[in-house]
Design a protein around this ligand. Structure first.
Ligand code: NDP
Ligand code: 8X3
Length: 252
């Protein structure tokens, strides 16, 4: 039977690219996000292009009860999740830490940290029971060091690194693997969201440099998932060629 991958935030960007990449490799995919219409469009595209089974699930990863209700209510045929890609996440704002917006902070922490934890807590026990599974967290270069105006976002991605490391330690006695992928600049809807819909400001983020694409990250996720069972790709930093770290970007 084909393996099953659950991808959070599969309605856009890196998550959508992972859904396509894993479906293309023959995985059945559970795609999640908050936008029901977009999930339906993705599901139809994946079924049509790759001929795989798709289960779209609409919920907000910040809503612990909704996450639990949805995962507890998974149809029997979809319960055995082989790969969990904790991708749903966002940055909001680029203000100095002493001037940031409380609501933006709470949204980032609730989504990037608490949402990832809810998913992990509810999916991983089944993996341990079945002695099979892989958690791929989408961290960031932003988790390696702070950059100007990014402190809270960077802190959430530093948390993703530590939560990945902790989970790997707690699962070391099992065959379940944990990977933390740390992309640099990837051109997606990320900056539009960060700048609250200011598309001009968002497009400037990718000016003068060839950024990564969602596909570039999905390639690495699939590689990690398909590595032989004794190989655990623990962490990968993926940068555009002209980016050296979170704050060193060489623009032409
Ligand atoms: P996008 O904005 O294109 O995609 C974000 C996805 O997350 C969407 O599918 C969105 O779905 C989903 N999402 C956001 N909030 C929630 C929520 N509360 N509940 C459920 N789903 C949610 O951005 P990216 O693809 O770039 O971002 C994906 C991940 O990659 C994030 O964790 C981001 O931090 C990380 N990342 C991005 C980088 C970049 O440069 N783009 C670099 C490094 C890491 P919907 O709106 O339907 O809910
Ligand atoms: C997203 C990459 O550098 O914009 O995590 O924070 S960055």
């Amino acid at each position: 039977m084909a393996k099953t991958a659950l991808i959070t935030g599969a309605t856009s960007g890196i998550g959508a690219a992972c859904a396509r990449k894993f479906a293309g490799a023959g995985y059945r995919v559970i795609i999640t996000g908050r936008r029901e219409g977009q999930l339906a469009v993705m599901a139809e595209e994946l079924e049509r292009n790759y001929g795989v089974e798709v289960l779209p699930l609409c919920f907000d990863v910040r809503d612990r009860e909704a996450v639990k209700r949805t995962l507890d209510g998974l149809p029997a045929a979809w319960r055995d999740i082989d790969v969990l890609i904790n991708n749903a996440g966002l940055a909001l704002g680029l203000e100095p830490e002493y001037a940031g917006d409380f609501t933006d902070w709470e949204t980032m922490i609730d989504t990037n940290v608490k949402g990832l934890l809810y998913m992990t807590r509810l999916v991983v026990p089944g993996m341990v029971e079945r002695l099979r599974g892989h958690v791929i967290n989408i961290g960031s270069v932003a988790g390696d060091a702070a950059y100007a105006g990014g402190a809270v976002y960077c802190a959430t991605k530093a948390a993703v690194k530590i939560l990945s490391d902790g989970l790997r330690i707690d699962l070391a006695h099992t065959p379940v693997r944990v990977t933390n992928l740390k992309p640099g600049l990837v051109e997606t809807n990320f900056s539009n969201v960060r700048f609250h819909g200011d598309t001009e400001r968002a497009s400037n983020v990718y000016k003068g440099i060839q950024p990564l694409t969602g596909d570039d990250i999905a390639d690495v996720a699939l590689y990690a998932a398909q590595a032989p069972a004794h190989v655990q790709i623990a962490e990968v930093l993926i940068l555009a060629t002209h980016q050296a770290n979170g704050s060193t970007i060489c623009r032409q």
